[in-house]
Design a protein around this ligand. Sequence first.
Ligand code: AMP
Ligand code: MG
Length: 423
Amino acid sequence: MNSLDDVISCVSGYDPNALPVAKANEVIRSFVTPVAGVEKLPVRAALGRVLAKDIVSPINVPSHDNSAMDGYAVRSDDLGAGEPVTLTEIGTAYAGREFSGEVKRGQCARVMTGAVMPKNTDTVIIQEAVTVAGNRISIPPGQDRGQNRRLAGEDLAKGKSALKAGRLLRPADLGLLASLGFGTVSVRRKLKVAFFSTGDELVSVAKKLKAGEVYDSNRYTLWGMLERLGCDVIDLGVVRDDPKKLEAAFRKAAAGADAVVTSGGVSVGEADFTKQMMAKLGEVAFWKIAMRPGRPMAFGRIRGRGKSAYLFGLPGNPVAVMVTFYHFVRGALLHMAGRSDTELPLLRAKSQTAMRKKPGRTEYQRGILELKDGEWTVRLTGAQGSGILRSMSEANCFVVLGHEQGSVAAGDYVEVMLMDGLV
Ligand code: AMP
Ligand code: MG
């Protein structure tokens, strides 16, 4: 296992006091490693879990050539090039039932969708296209050889890779596993993530606020984000800004979890005592990241009761905690959970308004992506202060303004990252 210093020394241009987002992610991603541990689950219970082993198809899906339509199965050699032909129907092939008839020259068989192609046939004429007179079936010219026939193995071929380890299992994957006949599937164990809020000013919900106090909202956003990522979430509550209490909380968290996520206590005014404590607990770097919102952040590995956990010390501001979670912690936790696909796409949208932006930092403004006059456009949710949680609640995307980028004029194209998707 590499030390954090080793990892950092490999990152060129590392400056903890003005660290570009990409460099911070480089350090994080080279430091965290996937957890070991696999469990076998019934297919449905594996929804939202990470596939642990490659799946190779044990069978062909479909298992036989079959009809894609209701109609008539014919021998394509019997079909006329420019004129209609009339064939004799010898019976009906149904899906899931064996059809013993053999289609000889000049004959055809009625077929239902999904029925195995009757012997000697290779083409299906849809029933709407033919003229029926008793068992005499007239077929117009212009049919294509092989049409309306599904080939054995065209969905999944026996012996070929069906699903790769490291993917998130979605509804289609459950269906795919079922189509191969699997009743169970091996998935990575869930990641255990402990989290707590720090701050003397924090009050838990449903209590009365006194002057200067605020409700602890970060424990709700953090809980929600961790749950959505599919972690086993351990809520350690609110911890006061008291070195002894904080140390005990960190030790407990490290002992019981793979990763620890905290909010607050890493800003300049508070970082000093956190730094001293972290030096006792493990190896932790304190960063000022070149980004907005969410400048201060701590990252490393801490120990407790002989165990260790990765630490993400996020800033306390409600928007900053979410932005740093999505853009640093999310990818790291997914990597730890064994996911191979952690990147999210950036889409281009036309900005409805101007946006002020200084080069030399990455900004994650909160936006609303909407279709206007046939084009995807984006506008900001209003005030973008790092304490304005409403901006996250109203947004459906981040407007990602890259490190080098300057101000945006109305009508310019910007990159956006969607917050929700089809799941
Ligand atoms: P800190 O990073 O601890 O200096 O906190 C920065 C700001 O975020 C302060 O205004 C805090 O009151 C606020 N804050 C910190 N933690 C929370 C929390 N858990 N819920 C809501 N606001 C918080
Ligand atoms: Mg604080």
